[in-house]
Write a protein that binds this ligand. Sequence first.
Ligand code: ATP
Ligand code: LTN
Length: 327
Amino acid sequence: MKSRVFSGIQPTGLITLGNYLGALRQFVDLQDQSDAFYCIVDMHAITLPQDPHQLKERIHDLASLYLAVGLDPQKSTLFVQSDVSAHSELGWILQCVVHMGELSRMTQFKEKGEGKEVVTAGLFTYPALMAADILLYQTHLVPVGDDQKQHLELTRDLALRFNARFGDTFTVPDIMLIKQGARIMSLDDPSKKMSKSNPNPGSRIEMLDPPDVIRKKVSRAVTDSDRQIRFDPQEKPAVSNLLAIFSVISGQSIDELVAAYDGKGYGDFKKDLGEALVAHLSPIQARYEDIRQSGEVERILQQGAEKARQVANDTLANVKERVGLGG
Ligand code: ATP
Ligand code: LTN
């Protein structure tokens, strides 16, 4: 039997190069050898305020981008979280399994809540819903960027705790981190990860940025004080981040790139990086437009939800039985 893969992305903004290199690219690689479920986690998105009209649009845009980067609905199951109500139900049950202390230690909650006047309870209990997403599908592998490691460890703990208390119910999932590109940093501040919700658009490359915008953002990316191009994340975090991006996009190793730019300035390096990004993203952007015009997205998501519901409802029925819920 093929191993089950599950992952989710929030429809909270336009997908960045970080999401693509950290997550989406791996999703595509995995669909051939595994039984993959990829979910647009709209209920996670509403843990922070969202404009309803914009949220709907972003769900559709994200699905189109999933397809444009190469996800094939014949091979993987693509669906929207809120279309499968088992996620909310198991999410609640797992809120009654997770401890307050465990949730309080999650760094994503602290980062996202920082400086906000009001923080919703949903943002706090977010990891219980994420655990439900994963455990409903008896998932073996979860491909994610390195910022999700802590949530994955908590998911594993909850699966083990539930199984110990109620009998063997859930597969205990493994995290799948890719090494290079697992953490792409902001272009304006290499100490922060590149994020689609950063208020400064210059901090990120968006997958649908037009060529000139890509070139401009790369040319304005911060660099480090001397003029040397070498890979040293401690001393030269900004240049190292650009080297890491260049390497993944071009397929050249970091050493090859460092050798190629020996003695050259940041100007040449950034110009070439900009062109490499444009060349890599242009075909994806062209496919994205075709898909949006095809009107196929709704149908694909509905079929995906149908398939997801079958698997998720089986697990949920078993969970309810074991916990003693229902009439
Ligand atoms: P937000 O900015 O709203 O928190 P995000 O950009 O962090 O969102 P998510 O939707 O939370 O994106 O994450 C989708 C996937 O992309 C996750 O697997 C996450 O680990 C990965 N990811 C996000 N940002 C990066 C990054 N800078 N580098 C590598 N992977 C990333
Ligand atoms: N929390 C994740 C998004 C997410 C997810 C999931 C990822 C929600 N549910 C299940 C993997 C599996 C994030 O913020 N990137």
